[in-house]
Ligand binder design. Structure first.
Ligand code: CO
Length: 208
């Protein structure tokens, strides 16, 4: 497939949407009002809108390799701040996926290049939870680290002053941890939702 095909696909897609709803694009062009922020992996098999059945305009999206939340990542922080403070989203979803290549790489020892530095936090997470990996086969290890990573990134979102200040202002905001199965297309809620600073470890709380 070449890129010309993509442009043809696009024309077909836009025409089909307009046929169903003539005002669709005009309405969206005036304003976006998404209720959700999605933080997911760049993996091509986890297209954010599709897997949760949302249309353009309904999901604000940030994706990177292994759905990492890094406190010094200006790109991520800008997305989060805009989503929370300006768009006023009330639901933040960190969605990892089983079989994540980034997580798999972090469990291995092959030098892949710059990406090794991005994934180093996953090695630290594995190291902190070594006992939980005992007795697991390679695939189970990858999937456990995928889950632990989602839980960690949910916490990392909540440790930002962006989220803590929003809560302090009375902005109701919940941060969810989900994981997607490449083999069945299903999302599982890991039940690690945080919607209040009281659920966080005091070490990570900021006074004001
Ligand atoms: Co991935």
């Amino acid at each position: 497939m070449d890129v010309e095909q993509l442009l043809a696909n696009n024309r077909y897609w836009a025409e089909s949407l307009r046929a169903r709803d003539p005002d669709f694009f005009a309405r969206l062009a005036r304003q976006q009002r998404p209720e959700f922020l999605w933080i997911g992996c760049s993996d091509s098999r986890v297209p954010a809108n599709e897997v949760v059945g949302l249309m353009p305009g309904e999901l604000f999206v940030h994706r990177n390799v292994a759905n990492m939340v890094v406190a010094t990542d200006m790109n991520f922080l800008s997305v989060l701040q805009y989503a929370v403070d300006v768009l006023q989203v009330r639901q933040v979803i960190v969605c990892g996926h089983y079989g994540c290549g980034g997580v798999r790489a972090a469990l291995g020892h092959e030098e892949l290049g710059l990406i090794d530095n991005w994934l180093r936090a996953l090695k630290a997470l594995y190291h902190q939870n070594l006992q939980r990996f005992e007795g697991l086969d390679a695939e189970q290890q990858v999937n456990l680290l995928c889950e632990l990573n989602v839980q960690r990134q949910v916490r990392n979102v909540c440790h930002t002053t962006i989220v803590q200040n929003a809560w302090r202002r009375g902005h109701r905001l919940a941060v969810h941890g989900w994981i997607y199965g490449l083999s069945d297309g299903l999302v599982k809620d890991l039940q690690v939702t945080v919607d209040d600073a009281a659920q966080l470890d005091a070490t990570f709380l900021y006074d004001q």
